[in-house]
Design a protein around this ligand. Structure first.
Ligand SMILES: *[C@@H]1O[C@H](CO)[C@@H](O)[C@H](O)[C@H]1NC(C)=O
Ligand SMILES: *[C@@H]1O[C@H](CO)[C@@H](O)[C@H](O)[C@H]1NC(C)=O
Ligand SMILES: *[C@@H]1O[C@H](CO)[C@@H](O)[C@H](O)[C@H]1NC(C)=O
Ligand SMILES: *[C@H]1O[C@@H](CO)[C@H](O)[C@@H](O)[C@@H]1NC(C)=O
Length: 573
């Protein structure tokens, strides 16, 4: 099933009732009527995640930090079994890991959002407080407008109640030249002190050209569209959940969205509805022309860079002034069938929030799980200087392998045995499907076997494989779900990405995997290439799940240092 937008895609069984939730434009044609009134007979816990935010119903809107609390807004249908009436549910947290649910923040109540309150973003206005811009649905044709909401009582630390002033809403309607049913997901706004205007983007498309419309405002209320979109690209289709923000050229600190200057680059990310993957470019924002130009080496479109080469969509970032970091948060859907969702009793999770910054090469972003996650670590085990010959696999003993965090560095002494790279292999996922962990190689495949059953009937390998190209070495990172489960009728992709790393100087590669029952979320080489997989083992569950390291290449591999932790469950109410 393909659902079209960033706040769609949600099938949830809650309190033994199946709620079908999504707010997609075409989505409501793709609902599962035969399931809408099916009651779950048992709520399965086997694959339920324990430390990933698993809202009973959710996905992303505008995460933000305000006055000591992180706020997460997510969408659901309070009326249950049919599509519609999308509201912004609301949870708050002190640490981005443990969450407390509150009553919905924004729900359809006005002519301008009667048919749904879709995705949007929060902006903190200095001296005033937060404003949410969100997409309201005004009619049964999915006509989209942008609306304005502010907290009723800005001194309430939880910001429980939100108001939508009638006089000013909607604040943006599509012009005659814009398709009003492809016009959504306003970004966080940024302030230009020179012309004293706010700016923000709204995702859209013209025929098959995806674009981000730019709007300017003096007062955050009256918005005027710039003549040209800030950027657009042919054949990419609808741009959902655009995100636009500065990153430091040097350093890991995050920046407020309004920062500009020679010391920053800009990131433009879009969730491409056609492929259901997200892509970003790095580039320059020309303030005076209000245009964004991707760098020459930053590919714009489907073969471009991705935050995550696995199951990761509808992400949003925000600046966290309490820790001077930019935090990126994405959503991962299920990979089993809708019938399974009914049986399980839930569907959809949030990835672990990630700190994001620019790699020193300037060619890509780097991401790493927020440091607060480490508070869930317990019972550390280690493995040091362990040699793995071809065909070896060694179990990591002493942890709850179905609910774990593992960091490992592998090294090798030579690249001589690397397999030849065929320049036709441009698609990493295809290459991983062709050369999985069972296809023995030269340098690699080596890595982790996560969620492995005792006799290795089931496992999800996360591994590197190194090839020799004419000028350099090509490093592939795979997270291969193809042997993850005995169960058929699952989506078991061989997700993969290339890793931009120079092995000539340093013959080492590092990997971190967050394993949480049905999630394997991996960060290759310090967060350069990341892959989230959803898997549903039948044997490798709970106490029967194992974690191993393995090598299936001729070149011996050393596990220089491995640290693994059992993870406590997060407190998510
Ligand atoms: C949808 O659009 C059509 C064509 O513009 C119009 O005739 C119809 O009344 C609209 N329906 C709703 C529910 O707004
Ligand atoms: C407007 O967008 C909707 C939803 O994406 C699409 O179905 C429709 O064909 C578009 N209309 C035009 C004129 O492009
Ligand atoms: C290593 O290769 C052998 C031979 O193909 C295969 O039987 C085994 O399953 C592989 N190991 C892993 C972890 O894939
Ligand atoms: C998640 O589910 C899989 C399997 O149904 C689809 O193939 C993906 O397109 C979908 N991903 C998103 C972002 O919707």
């Amino acid at each position: 099933m393909v659902l079209p937008n960033c706040v769609s895609i949600f099938v949830v069984v809650f309190s033994f009732t199946l709620l079908l939730i999504n707010n997609g434009v075409e989505a409501f044609h793709k609902i599962y009527p035969h399931l809408q009134s099916v009651s779950a007979t048992s709520v399965s816990e086997v694959h339920r995640t324990a430390y990933h935010f698993q809202p009973p119903k959710n996905w992303i809107n505008g995460p933000m930090y305000y006055n000591g609390w992180y706020h997460f807004f997510y969408q659901y249908n309070p009326k249950g079994s049919v599509w519609g009436n999308i509201v912004w549910a609301h949870s708050v947290s002190k640490d981005l890991i443990n969450w407390k649910g509150l009553e919905p923040a924004i729900y359809p109540s006005k002519p301008f959002d009667k048919f749904g309150c879709w995705s949007g973003s929060a902006t903190i206005i200095p001296g005033k407080g937060p404003v949410i811009l969100y997409t309201g649905i005004v009619d049964g044709n999915n006509t989209q407008v942008q609306c304005y909401a502010i907290p009723k009582d800005p001194t309430d630390p939880f910001l429980r109640e939100w108001v939508k002033p009638d006089k000013i809403n909607p604040v943006v309607v599509a012009g005659k030249d814009i398709n009003g049913s492809a016009f959504r997901d306003p970004t966080t706004a940024w302030w230009n002190p020179k012309d004293r205007h706010w700016r923000m983007l709204v995702g859209g498309r013209r025929e098959d050209r995806g674009m981000a419309h730019l709007y300017r405002s003096k007062d955050f209320i009256k918005w005027v569209r710039a003549k040209h979109p800030i950027h657009s690209k042919g054949t990419t289709g609808m741009w959902e959940c655009p995100d636009f923000y500065p990153v430091l050229i040097e350093g890991k600190d995050g920046l407020d969205t309004s920062i500009e200057g020679n010391h920053v680059k800009h990131v433009l990310k879009n969730s491409l509805d056609i492929t259901r993957f997200e892509y970003y470019t790095l580039g320059t924002y020309f303030t005076n022309k209000d245009s964004y130009v991707p760098d020459k080496n930053s590919v714009d479109g489907w073969s471009g860079l991705r935050y995550d080469y696995g199951n990761f969509y509808a992400s949003k970032s925000f600046f966290d002034p309490s820790k001077n970091r930019r935090v990126l948060w994405g959503w991962a859907n299920e990979s089993d069938s809708k019938e399974d969702d009914v049986r399980k009793g839930w569907a959809g999770i949030q990835a672990i929030p990630r700190t994001v910054w620019l790699d020193p090469t300037g060619r890509q972003l780097v991401q790493w799980p927020v440091e607060e996650l480490n508070n869930l670590r317990q019972k550390e085990v280690q493995m040091k200087n362990h040699k793995l010959a071809k065909g070896d696999s060694v179990k990591v003993e002493g942890i709850t392998a179905a609910q774990a965090d593992v960091e490992v560095t592998f090294s090798f002494s030579s690249l001589d045995k690397a397999e030849a790279y065929d320049p036709k292999w441009v698609n990493a996922q295809d290459l991983c499907a062709q050369k999985g962990s069972k296809v023995q190689g030269g340098v690699g495949p080596f890595g982790l076997l996560t969620l492995a059953s005792p006799n290795l009937v089931e496992f999800t390998p996360v591994f590197f494989r190194i090839f020799k190209a004419s000028k350099n070495h090509v490093v592939l990172l795979c997270s291969d779900a193809s042997s993850s489960s005995l169960k058929t009728n699952l989506y078991k992709p061989s997700f993969a990405g290339f890793v931009d790393v120079d092995l000539a100087t340093n013959k080492k590669l590092s990997l971190r995997s967050l394993i949480d029952h049905s999630v394997v979320e991996s960060f290759g080489e310090g967060g350069k290439t990341n892959i989230l997989s959803r898997v549903y083992p039948q044997l490798a569950v709970m106490g029967n799940a194992n974690l191993l390291v393995f090598n299936n290449g001729t070149e011996p591999i050393t596990v220089e240092n491995l640290k693994a932790w059992s993870m406590k469950s997060a407190n998510i109410k």
